[in-house]
Design a protein around this ligand. Structure first.
Ligand code: ZN
Ligand code: ZN
Length: 505
């Protein structure tokens, strides 16, 4: 008996595990803890990554977004051409003297350029350069809408153990599943009881609470402590990090605290697509009903026997159409004795293809991409579709903006470089195509206005972009369009109605 119960529990647990791996949990999980809030997701991080990597659609989408965002690499750009050391004004042109206070201007510092160059060329302890780390974290952001970067630093203290500086060493990814934000209704780094949380960079697994903000020293080593803004679960301990050590990236949601995974809104569609694939896969392996049946009418008992025999045969060769012969009943009421039943799977007949297309489009919409399909030969059953993802310019620009915010933070706040900045190189070709498209539309409007009787003046603006100026043509459209009728028009200046009558004759 005991043994049975034990087995039964084991079975239930096994089923539960399988279910949890296949579906998000149904219940709301209320996370506890006074210092840090952990996300309350319907999904586990493991479930999200499993689902993403088992879905051809999701995987292609997030890889396309990451590739397009980082394909042109990082550039080191000057923040200004000239800067006034006295008033701090920055100028886009190279002017030798500040026009406001006549102080000689300075150029961007080449030393700072070298500092940034060395930093982006450097690899971290996982042998990844910063671009590789950013690509890896971008995958996290596209999956969980929570990406975490840690800036590993060396801290410098004076003789009295006061913190006097920090040298950023490397940038590494932190696992989103382990990260927690320390926040309450009172703000970041403050717990629910309005305590300010501090930690020592040398003893990161201990947090100290104070009622006020201030300069506090570590009770163990006496070094100045930092405000704790984030923590990461490490085995049974929490490791604390400061505001200037961790960068939290969100791309898909504008929420306070944690980001919300895009999968949250589309998981049902993604799972349906996957189940459809699985259904087709199973239907096309040997374990399925025969392609078609040839039914010969007879008794029910004999039908059961015949069916078992038929299923066995179908396993051996699913493409063969076997006659299902049943013992005949003399003088039966049904005169029709032979039927042909088609079992073949044709997704188009079930309107699968339309539904799949719509599902994929909605999934794409959430990510700001357009899934396109090159459909296979008609009637091939499985429809060998090729999947292509077109990421819109807006999506990639947004993705680059989010990362440029990080690069700005890194270069200015962390590395402390003020005359140069790090920036992702935009997709120029797409921008050129977009600019041409806008120019074409402007020209179309100008042509329409010209036909309505406006005078058009074309010029290029400071950015070299095509522009038009419009002016009402005093002679109106009709005279210019029909120059041969100019004489008639001259007779009727000021009398529009008559002019039109004359024009028509
Ligand atoms: Zn100045
Ligand atoms: Zn310490």
């Amino acid at each position: 008996m005991r043994f049975n119960i034990f087995n039964r529990n084991k079975e239930i647990n096994k089923a539960k595990t399988e279910y949890n791996e296949a579906y998000p949990i149904d219940t709301f999980i209320n996370m506890s803890g006074t210092d840090a809030k952990t996300p309350m997701y319907q999904f586990s991080y493991r479930w999200i990554s499993n689902t993403t990597f088992s879905s051809d659609l999701l995987r292609t989408i997030i890889e396309t977004i990451t590739n397009e965002t980082f394909k042109n690499g990082i550039a080191i750009k000057e923040r200004y051409e000239a800067k006034c050391p006295k008033c701090g004004r920055e100028f886009e042109e190279d002017i030798p003297v500040c026009p406001f206070d006549f102080t000689p201007t300075v150029k961007p510092s080449y030393d700072e350029y070298i500092i940034l160059k060395n930093f982006i060329d450097r690899t971290n302890s996982f042998d990844e350069d910063i671009l590789t780390t950013m690509r890896i974290v971008d995958t996290d952001v596209n999956m969980y809408d929570n990406g975490w970067l840690l800036i590993v630093k060396d801290y410098l203290y004076d003789k009295s153990n006061n913190l006097i500086g920090a040298i950023p060493k490397e940038v590494v990814r932190l696992s989103p599943a382990k990260m927690k934000i320390i926040m309450s209704n009172y703000g970041m780094g403050i717990d629910d009881d309005v305590n300010y949380l501090y930690f020592c960079p040398e003893h990161r697994d201990e947090v100290h609470k104070f009622e006020k903000e201030g300069t506090y020293k570590c009770p163990k080593c006496g070094k100045q402590m930092l405000r704790a803004w984030y923590s990461a679960k490490d085995k049974s301990k929490d490791i604390y990090y400061s505001k200037t050590e961790v960068y939290h990236i969100k791309k898909w949601s504008y929420t306070q605290g944690y980001g919300v995974p895009p999968l949250y809104s589309i998981w049902m569609k993604v799972l349906t697509l996957m189940k459809m694939d699985r259904f087709m896969l199973e239907a096309y392996t040997l374990q399925r009903s025969p392609k078609a049946l040839l039914l010969i009418r007879g008794k029910l008992d004999s039908f059961r026997k015949a069916w078992e025999w038929l299923m066995q045969k179908a396993r051996e060769n699913p493409n063969m159409i076997y006659p299902l012969i049943l013992e005949g009943e003399e003088g039966g009421s049904n005169k029709r004795i032979v039927d042909y039943v088609q079992f073949d799977l044709k997704p188009e007949e079930w309107q699968w293809l339309e539904m799949r297309k719509e599902f994929r489009e909605v999934v794409g919409l959430v990510y700001g991409v357009q899934p396109m399909f090159i459909e296979g030969k008609e009637g091939s059953g499985l429809q060998n579709e090729g999947l292509m993802i077109a990421a819109t310019n807006r999506t990639i620009e947004h993705s680059q903006e989010v990362w440029n915010d990080f690069l700005e933070w890194l270069s200015e706040k962390i590395i402390g470089v003020t005359s140069y900045k790090l920036e992702l190189v935009p997709n120029e070709r797409e921008n050129v195509v977009r600019d041409l498209d806008i120019d074409l539309k402007k020209t179309q409007i100008a042509t329409m206005l010209y036909n309505m009787g406006y005078e058009i003046e074309m010029y290029t603006d400071n950015n070299g972009r095509l522009q038009y100026r419009f002016k009402r043509d005093v002679f109106g459209k009709k005279e210019r369009v029909n120059p041969e009728k100019l004489e008639n028009a001259k007779i009727t200046v000021g009398e529009e109605d008559e002019g039109q009558t004359l024009g028509k004759t």
